[in-house]
Design a protein around this ligand. Sequence first.
Ligand code: 13P
Ligand code: SF4
Length: 297
Amino acid sequence: MIEAIKKLKREKNALILAHYYAPLEIWEIADAIGDSLELSRKAAQATEDLIVFCGVRFMAESAKILNPDKKVLLPVADAGCPMADMITADALRTLKEEHPEAGVICYVNSSAEVKAESDICCTSAGALKVAGSLPHKEIIFVPDKNLGSYVASHYPEKKFYFIDGYCPIHNSCTAEDLKRAKALYPNALIAAHPECGKGTSEIADFVGSTTGILDFCRKSDSEEFIIGTEIEIVRALQKEFPQKKFYEAKEAFVCQDMKKNTLSTLLKALQEEKNEILLDEKTLRLAKKALENMINL
Ligand code: 13P
Ligand code: SF4
């Protein structure tokens, strides 16, 4: 399969992008792996004819928005993000009517239509900087209430409005889970994603994006870590540092949608070129502005 993928990739001049939560077998064959911000940058700069995005729908949509002349494929059509589905463009329009003075930040884990209604996007890697860049005293932050609260805690002078949006996988990692893990492994440092549940960012030694967590563990002298994010990050770190110990902050820390990406779905995508991302011109144009505002910053 790996040989067939490489051959088709060459023949079709394709770029394979993969998020860190895709299985390690995909990491090994991808042209670039990264967090949402890095992958958006890669997609924007791509010169290949075809982009195959081994991630979930909002990531492939962002690639299309940032590089609309390319053909972008999402290997598995129903690989989605439950958090992205928690806010619709209609709901955001209502929120904007209720708070007309507020600037609108949308987390990239959102649909193209929601991005089109927003002033600027953010990823977990740059959310603090994005919030600091807005002159508004009031900010609507959608859809992740956990990332939003983490950002808001750094800007007490601004008023934030949230919806009840969250990642079901990260939100179920609670402050109690982190305390329990720390009691079991008292020498371990805690690195957690800001999507984790209420109170976790106050307990963690490091809070950041998937890349941030990898970098934190790579640079640290510590021998043990409690990881508050998806299992693939633990697997990758354990493989890279076999002499160190990496513990999951809670059981079953798995994004099932990301795991829909396999060598076989990637090969099929390259063979059949189905599941192309298509967006209407207006959505594309408005969403591009919000994404580019983030990238430029
Ligand atoms: P990162 O931007 O940290 O890769 O996060 C994306 C995501 O979906 C986390 O659940
Ligand atoms: Fe969405 Fe959560 Fe999966 Fe990230 S881990 S893609 S936020 S469902």
